[in-house]
Design a protein around this ligand. Structure first.
Ligand code: FES
Length: 149
């Protein structure tokens, strides 16, 4: 039995230890804000926080998260920081198809918690693990810049 904290709630599961965290949170806990893009650790669509560190959940077997604190986009949506990011993404036009946005918001939140006033270069570095196929990134960078003001 694997026990961990998911968005502040203690949960248990007896699925095999090699099941991916991404599949567990989507299929068993119905937290479908976390997306699968590449499935290979390259796109960041599946980003979650594991013990407050941004991680790709497609690369994490649940056997390795026993006792960990996991936060998904649904957990982040409960925070004040999310309200600021939600508004800034909206104002800056940072959302087009939207598929990458949960991961982008996770990366934005991770960056701003470490560095509340990042430079443009630091913003680009902060989202460098997250791919977006629509925006060309500039509106996303603007959104994070706005959220930092
Ligand atoms: Fe995990 Fe792309 S789906 S990094």
């Amino acid at each position: 039995m694997i026990k961990f904290t998911l968005n502040g709630r203690t949960v248990e599961t007896d699925v095999p230890a090699n099941v991916r965290l991404l599949d567990l949170i989507r299929d068993k806990f119905n937290l479908i804000g976390t997306k699968e893009g590449c499935g290979e650790g390259e796109c960041g669509a599946c980003s979650v926080f594991v013990n407050n560190l941004l991680q790709n959940s497609c690369l994490i077997p649940i056997g390795s998260i026993d006792g960990a604190d996991i936060q998904t986009i649904e957990g982040v949506m409960e925070t004040e920081q999310f309200k600021i990011l939600d508004e800034s993404y909206s104002i800056a036009g940072g959302v087009q198809c939207g598929y990458c946005i949960p991961g982008m918001v996770m990366a934005s939140a991770a960056l701003l918690s470490k560095n509340p006033h990042p430079s443009e270069a630091e913003i680009r570095e902060g989202i460098s693990g997250n791919l977006c196929r629509c925006t060309g990134y500039n509106m996303i960078v603007d959104a994070i810049n706005l959220a930092a003001k």
